[in-house]
Design a protein around this ligand. Sequence first.
Ligand code: FAD
Length: 341
Amino acid sequence: MELTSQQRRYLQDIFGDRINFEKRERQLYSSDVAALPGLLSGMAGHSEPAAIVQPRDEDELVQIAVWAQNNKIPLIARGKATSGYGGTVPFQGGMVVEFNRMRKIMAIDTGACSIKVQPGAVWEDIDRRLRERGLTLKSYPTSYPASTAAGWLATGGAGIGSYEAGYFRDSVLQVRLVQPDGEIKVLSGEDLDLVVNASGISGFISSIEFRVMPLEKLEVQAFAFDQASAAAQFIEALYEEQVPLWSLSFSNPEAARYRNRMPLNPHHGPGRDRLEVPEQFIVLAAYWHSSSARELLGDMAAKHGGALLDDETALHEWENRFSPMKAKRLGPSLIPAEVVV
Ligand SMILES: Cc1cc2nc3c(=O)[nH]c(=O)nc-3n(C[C@H](O)[C@H](O)[C@H](O)COP(=O)(O)OP(=O)(O)OC[C@H]3O[C@@H](n4cnc5c(N)ncnc54)[C@H](O)[C@@H]3O)c2cc1C
């Protein structure tokens, strides 16, 4: 789909250097973080957008929505395109609406433990600002260094911290949504169904207000098990006994094997000594310093045949939570084998 010269002129007048029709740029926006398998890309067809537009605020979102509806041009929302399921790819043609210029932290209420952000705010930036005020996130995806608040809400939102805090929507107080006809809806509670997991098809999220929590020292412990069933029973027992954990994740021996084979610092910098993780089922538990989890975890793991790993290994595993896809560098067709509980 190509825009007419009249349509281009109209958009250029409004968005100036925030609209892009360049061929090379459009090619970059014809895929997301993942490459589609050859079989599917043949079926998916042409996915190059006619243009990429970067609105600055809610008013501009309304303007573009109304114009696109009148001109029958499909619009596709794009945060940082880390979702990898094609949700940001314009398979039916149309324009990509990119949220890079709507990433402000709009307000932080320290007393009420809440924050309001624009849709394109990136988790790491949000958390940095919260930490300056003695607060932190209740949950976040492991794509935290490079994914947006709206992108997570629009794709369901479970990740680190969800063991305690649930889905991201459970912390959300209010969402503003620009609907395809330009009308604005303010959503909370059950009405959030309109945007959660909707992958952007119900309109553009223009702001999100959500609960956060006081910052505290975090502790992590890792336990290794020979059998998946023993690790599973340990996790079930933790849940049944209501051990106060914030985050719980596990990985299997195959994932550890791949991590142990990864080149160290493959792109830059000096090499480091490799920390070999045991090629077993590893359960990683994170909890706040004031919780009573530490006293309970060791005994419960031992009861199920689990061995406590040293602090260095636990920290190494925790720091690697942002790299679940790293093992893909070893081959083209690996699927990550770590799941957040
Ligand atoms: C290394 C890695 C780790 C990951 N870890 C997790 C994880 O722990 N948990 C998890 O749930 N996912 C995870 N993901 C998947 C992905 O990162 C998340 O879904 C993320 O929240 C998407 O954010 P994004 O900004 O990249 O959104 P995008 O991929 O750009 O968009 C996702 C969807 O949201 C829509 N959208 C974007 N902005 C808006 C808006 N303003 N209004 C309406 N719709 C919008 C898009 O159209 C698209 O359908 C991971 C991905 C990678 C690559």
